[in-house]
Design a protein around this ligand. Structure first.
Ligand SMILES: [Mg+2]
Length: 158
């Protein structure tokens, strides 16, 4: 498998951990979103540097949650490999930012982009029947895990 020397910043709430109940406290975390553990392993196997990029502080409880849920990562809220002259800013350097509250800028400010911003709802926003959706996502995650492992076994590109 070809190694990719890239860095991804991954949000915590709503991406790794369920956030349908919103913020519950500094060291109170939602259940792992199905597939997050496998995704982190796949990225590590492909050579990615993973930074957990969250408004939460890097507490022992957060690290314990990541370990308990088998989330592979390199750093929390820091990129030691960032160029020295860019470390004074708040933004951490990365190739990709994965966030439940992010949008992709595609090179133009357009009416539809403004509308998308104005109407944006994070996928982690509380929805009716959340438990059933989580169970369905978990089943889909298990199937995805099986397919991913099969794909990795034959060293194909995923
Ligand atoms: Mg989030």
């Amino acid at each position: 498998m070809a190694k990719e020397n890239k860095t991804i910043c991954i949000d915590f709430d709503g991406v790794l951990a369920d956030y349908s109940e919103g913020y519950q406290g500094k060291d109170k975390f939602g259940e792992m979103i199905p597939g997050a553990d496998v995704a982190s392993q796949v990225l590590k196997d492909k050579g990615w540097t993973i930074i957990i990029y969250t408004t939460r502080p890097a507490t022992a409880a957060l690290k314990k949650w990541l370990e308990k849920n088998n989330i592979k990562y390199d750093y929390i809220n820091e990129n030691p490999n960032q160029p020295e002259d860019s470390k004074d800013g708040c933004k951490i350097a990365a190739d990709i930012y994965l966030d439940d509250r992010g949008m992709t800028f595609r090179g133009q400010w357009t009416d539809w982009l403004i509308r998308e911003i104005a109407e944006f709802q994070p996928c982690s926003a509380k929805k009716p029947d959340q438990k059933k959706q989580m169970e369905k996502a978990y089943d889909e995650g298990k199937n995805w895990l099986k397919r991913t492992r099969e794909a990795l076994a034959v060293d194909s590109c995923i």
